[in-house]
Design a binder for this molecule. Structure first.
Ligand code: NAD
Length: 471
């Protein structure tokens, strides 16, 4: 298999070319380097029909066999992490080591979820009655992924959907379709035809999918704005829905921290993947006693990290993934400049690609756009605080509720602050740590429903309660 050319969709176990093609751009150069299939409407119909047909038999395959195939899919990703990682860097921009780690992490995720089995509850087993609740698959899943973690976030859906006994059609973002198409190809020999379909296309394809009557459930990861449109579309026939959306995560740094020990961790909790992470620190609240010390250390790290082509030796942070997002980030930067905010920037960045210098905004007003909006790019506002109750209110005063962090040596106090944060995930003295066995769920405009853990698996299933009268 050549990992760098010849991309096909996977429909009913077959390689399918698109009705047309879409261009794929390397964000480090701004140049088109590949073409991906642009799925036609009839091809979407064919993918849904193949998945519906396959569901009839896949749901009856014993769960141990489904788990074994998902495990094999995980092993396959691990075996191809090197080639997929290189392709990932070209289409997504992230430096090669971290790109390979995403593939490996996704492989491990498939393996971990393959060990999960839904429970059976018996509520009564008496002389007169037997009552049990089992979980059954929903049918055909429509899975839609974003471009920031294109492989892992897709596998967060694939693993539970297939273990649960559903079949699916997966669509990557038009900005990062290639690794997912190759994964479709790699999995063709693993799953029975129609169980796992992969299609790619332009901006029309997502709405066609969410409006398609052949799907029973939509699992969507992307922006809040699009998530609302997806929910509207799903309401027409009450499709089941999981929405993992945007975040504007706050981190609170208490005065007792060891600045030298935490500065690197806080920096990469905000800027890893060029800050294009739903759960990155996007508002950094720092106690006034340690504010200057942390700001100077973060500025030092910003000056030292190499921003550049992820394929080049020594690059730590790659480009913004696409032109649309680059324009958005540049607009936020221009707004910060126009409002005379104090910017501390890292070194110069290369020209040609979608590069933005690492930028720390020094104590901007709470109402400024860089504080209120999800930047999804390397602009981090640092904000000073003096009082715990006040900073918790500021952290919670957001339309989002995805994740947050507290940094302190006093774990009791940190946990009491963490419990007051209105987010689905909260970290203490760490960041960005997510596990397949632990539920991940946004509150407020960050989403709806749960991924990961047993709760995440059960989102792909429906309970069926059976009441049996005896005698
Ligand atoms: P996006 O909403 O633009 O696109 C996400 C996906 O939806 C893409 O595959 C896109 O083609 C598709 N899409 C676009 N319009 C659609 C429509 N009307 N109907 C159906 N599908 C449609 O998001 P993005 O720019 O790719 O991703 C960045 C956003 O995703 C950020 O806001 C980030 O915080 C969020 N995100 C959230 C999580 C999470 O788990 N909560 C994880 C990663 C990213």
């Amino acid at each position: 298999m050549d990992f760098h050319t010849d991309y096909t969709m996977t429909i009913g176990g077959e390689a399918v070319r698109g009705a047309a093609t879409i261009d794929v751009v390397n964000p480090a150069t701004g140049q088109v380097f590949a073409a991906a299939p642009d799925c036609g409407r009839d091809q979407l119909d064919a993918a849904v029909a193949a998945a519906r047909k396959a569901f009839k038999t896949w749901r009856k395959v014993p769960i141990e066999e489904r788990q074994a195939l998902v495990r094999k899919a995980g092993e396959t990703l691990l075996a191809h992490a090197e080639e997929l990682g290189r392709l990932f860097t070209q289409e997504q921009g992230r430096p090669v080591d971290a790109a390979r780690q995403e593939i490996q992490g996704a492989g491990g995720w498939l393996q971990a979820v393959s060990k999960m089995t839904p429970p059976v509850h018996v509520s009564e087993d008496s002389a007169t009655q037997f009552i049990e609740t089992r979980y059954v698959p929903l049918g055909v899943v429509c899975a839609i992924a974003p471009w920031n973690f294109p492989v892992s976030l897709a596998m967060w859906k694939v693993a539970p959907a297939l273990v649960a006994g559903n079949t699916m059609v997966l669509k990557p973002s038009p900005f990062t379709p290639l690794c997912t198409l190759k994964i479709g190809e790699l999995f063709r020999d693993i799953f029975p035809p129609g169980v796992f379909n992969v299609i790619s296309g332009g901006d029309d394809l997502g709405p066609w999918m969410t409006g398609h009557p052949g799907f029973d459930k939509i699992s969507f990861t992307g922006s809040t704005e699009t998530g609302k449109r997806v929910m509207e579309s799903a309401s027409k026939d009450l499709k089941r829905l999981t929405l993992e959306l945007g975040g504007n995560d706050a981190a609170i740094v208490m005065p007792d921290v060891d600045l030298d020990a935490v500065a690197q961790k806080i920096f990469f909790g905000a800027f890893f993947n060029t800050a294009q992470i739903c759960v990155a620190t996007k508002r950094l609240y720092v106690h006034e006693d340690v504010y200057d010390g942390l700001r100077d250390r973060l500025a030092g790290i910003a000056a030292a990290v190499k921003v550049g082509d992820g394929g080049e030796q020594g690059t730590v942070l790659g480009p913004i993934q696409n032109k649309r997002q680059y324009d958005r980030v540049m607009d936020l930067l221009a707004d910060a400049k126009a409002n005379n905010l104090t910017l501390i920037q890292g070194g110069a960045v290369p020209e040609g690609g979608y590069f933005v210098p690492v930028t720390i905004v020094d104590n901007p007003p709470e109402a400024s756009r860089v504080v209120q909006e999800e930047a999804f790019g390397p602009i981090l506002p640092m904000l000073k605080f003096a009082n715990i109750d006040e900073v918790i209110d500021r952290a919670n005063d957001s339309e989002y509720g995805l994740a947050g962090a507290v940094w302190s040596k006093d774990l009791d106090q940190a946990m009491s602050i963490a419990r007051r944060m209105e987010t689905g995930t909260v970290w203490i003295n760490q960041n960005l740590n997510l596990r397949p066995d632990t539920p991940f769920a946004g509150r407020k405009n960050s989403g709806f429903g749960i991924e990961n853990g047993m709760d995440g698996l059960l989102e792909y299933m429906a309970p069926q309660a059976m009441y049996v009268a005896k005698g």
